[in-house]
Design a protein around this ligand. Sequence first.
Ligand SMILES: [Fe+2]
Length: 390
Amino acid sequence: MLNYFLPPHIEFGDGALQNLGEHVKAFDGKKPFLVSDAGVINAGILAKATDALEASGNLSYATYSDIEPNPTDISVTHGVDVYKAEACDVVIAVGGGSVMDAAKAIRLLTTHTPPLEPYYSDVGGAGRIRGDMPPLICVPTTAGTGSEVSHGSVITDTSLQTTNRWRKRAIVTPFNMSNIALLDPGITLGMPPALTAATGMDAITHGIEAYVATRYHPIAEGVALQALRMLSANIQQVYHKGEDVTARGEMLLGSCMAAFSFQKGLGAVHSLAHQLSTDAPIPHGVANAILLPPVMEFNFSHASEKYAKIARALGIDTRNMDIDEAGHAAIEKIRAYNTALNMPTGLGEAGLDRGKIPKLGADAMLDHCHKFNPRVCTEADMVDLFEAAF
Ligand SMILES: [Fe+2]
């Protein structure tokens, strides 16, 4: 039996944020709960969201912005306390992946008994999650994670119940999907180049890993390729010319589509990268960008035909290439993006302590993403991939 989840209502366009209040009212909401973080506040984007709510009249709201870059179960629990104390009725996430993932978990615990522990996917949490949750409106402020249309959220578990250190764990359920994704490229214009590059490479990694993931999902495969066409055509433009609202819009929609496609599965890149955000100061998108070429080399014998198709989606003229040549050209294109976007040349330069690699390799095996990788990964493979990317 196959289960495919189509995205929620997506409203896309420069100025879409202005309609926020009308969407809240359409859910019969009286007091939305806005989740954001310091970066969103400093960029002036939360103020734009609250201005939009005030302009629509008859709406009060509460805000919660204590969300750290890799959101913990602690900040989620605090958020639930504020939501309940303020008697809110709709959740609005205004931010990047961390904010949206935290908002999903907060929304879950407004109607499900805390703590988060029984709801993580690695302990069969999906079976304990019901659909009776408040509406969720996601306003992504970066073009990368696509959490606005994914049915997962990743939370850093501080409870130490599974390992002896904090660990990223996923909550995966179709009920995690937002009700509305408001995609407004106008609010992404001020995103700094380094963040633009990292989040853009995260989106490209989603498209590539999803396209070659082992689950049968032809809808997601088609969307992944179109996402890669849009992302590859615009990533360098938005890096150098951030005020190009058309290119920003293509990146925002492309990242949304790539995230929709990864319900087909992700792969080893994400299992490896998830370890680095808790044990090294490496942003998720940067970790993905560095790990993607060595993982593609590792997968090559199991995915060359698909890599050849990815090469075409990345804009490479493959007409005079055989399948292997085209597949390798796709890997070289990723390396060329990393150079053009000034990514670190390896995980060492990015800040990883090499001595941690054996432990991180073991931990990567606990992450569910690699289960859909086209080539089966062992712990030794994970260690080798970290070394290859070092
Ligand atoms: Fe990602």
